[in-house]
Design a protein around this ligand. Structure first.
Ligand code: HPA
Ligand code: ZN
Length: 326
């Protein structure tokens, strides 16, 4: 059968997408001009040439530099809208989107400017494209727990707009337990907890996220596969893992897509999903991630259907909505 056709046809949910990571160089150049900001490249080719990463930190340095161009509510609206159009083209029906407010407030862009720009585009996506969405406010783990508490406080007027909170940025040296009190507070407030763990960090970080913090989802989770007891816990609890194949390849988490743990995770009965992470930087949106990993791991039609079903099962949609979308 034609896998690309099946992939295009399958309704999908995207659960691991950083909206700032969907900032395409074309739009970056456009907004740089609109906002009269200097950027370090003049052509698309120069931008793409810089997107050659040896690890997570090399990517993050460019990611934070790129978003410096985003200044106004309209910028955040336009960024989010452009992503939603691409998601629509890939038959995404539901998205649970991360954003990194601290990366904007730190450089003087107000929390409300960022958040309202994104929210108005998500609302428009629901109205005009029929894509439902949730927003996940992510804490930067290279900053302190107190910085996290300050963000939680600043975001208070918008708390009913977030389904959950996340933890991202530089992983090694910043274990989940650094944020134990913060996540306990977030849980108390009713937020779902989504933690990046086991992308570069050891299996112990996945254990902390799951067993000490009580994560509802593990983002990436690749290195959980080094710990057989942890694999059993993930299977028994059906805790979702949001795998990002092209991200793993671009950040050298794996040397080859054939080394992706995704098929082994499926075969072990884990609730694994396919996502794009930072598609403007890693070479493809969700459809391309499905296509690339299908090819590399020779996934069957049944496995592709399972992955798409998993994406809804692993979402924070209410059960009746899941049933309607699957
Ligand atoms: N890992 C950690 N932090 C991030 C990522 C990622 O893949 N993308 C954006 N922030
Ligand atoms: Zn991520």
């Amino acid at each position: 059968t034609n896998h690309a056709e099946l992939i295009a046809r399958l309704p999908k949910a995207e659960l691991h997408l950083h909206i700032e990571g969907s900032f395409e160089p074309e739009m970056m150049m456009e907004l740089a001009e609109r906002n009269r900001i200097e950027i370090p490249f003049k052509t698309l080719e120069e931008a793409k040439a810089a997107y050659d990463f040896a690890n997570l930190q090399e990517f993050l340095d460019l990611y934070y530099q790129g978003m410096n161009v985003l200044r106004t509510e309209q910028d955040f609206h336009d960024l989010t809208w452009a992503y939603l159009l691409r998601a629509k083209a890939d038959n995404v029906r539901h998205v649970e989107m991360f954003y990194d407010p601290q990366a904007h407030t730190e450089r003087g862009v107000a929390f409300g400017t960022v958040t309202e720009g994104i929210l108005s585009a998500l609302e428009r996506g629901q109205q005009e494209l029929g894509i439902t969405s949730e927003l996940i406010m992510s804490f930067l783990r290279h900053l302190s727990e107190d910085d996290g508490f300050a963000l939680l406080d600043e975001s208070k007027p918008w708390h009913d707009k977030f389904v959950g909170v996340g933890l991202d940025s530089s992983e090694v040296g910043h274990p989940p337990l650094k944020f134990e009190r913060l996540f306990a507070k977030c849980r108390e407030l009713g937020f779902k907890l989504c933690l990046h763990a086991g992308e570069e960090g050891p299996p112990a970080y996945v254990r902390e996220a799951l067993l000490d913090i009580g994560a509802d989802r593990i983002d990436h989770g690749n290195r959980a596969m080094e710990d057989s007891a942890l694999i059993e816990i993930l299977r028994d609890s059906q805790t979702p893992l949001t795998n990002c194949p092209l991200s793993n390849l671009a950040l050298c988490v794996i040397d080859d897509l054939r080394d992706s743990p995704l098929k082994a995770q499926l075969e072990a009965g884990l609730l694994v999903t396919v996502n794009s992470d930072d598609p403007a930087y890693f070479g493809g949106y969700i459809g391309k991630n499905y296509e690339a990993i299908q090819k590399a791991l020779d996934l069957t039609d049944e496995q592709l259907v399972q992955l798409a079903r998993n994406s809804f099962t692993a979402s924070f949609l209410p059960d009746d909505e899941k049933a309607r979308l699957i």
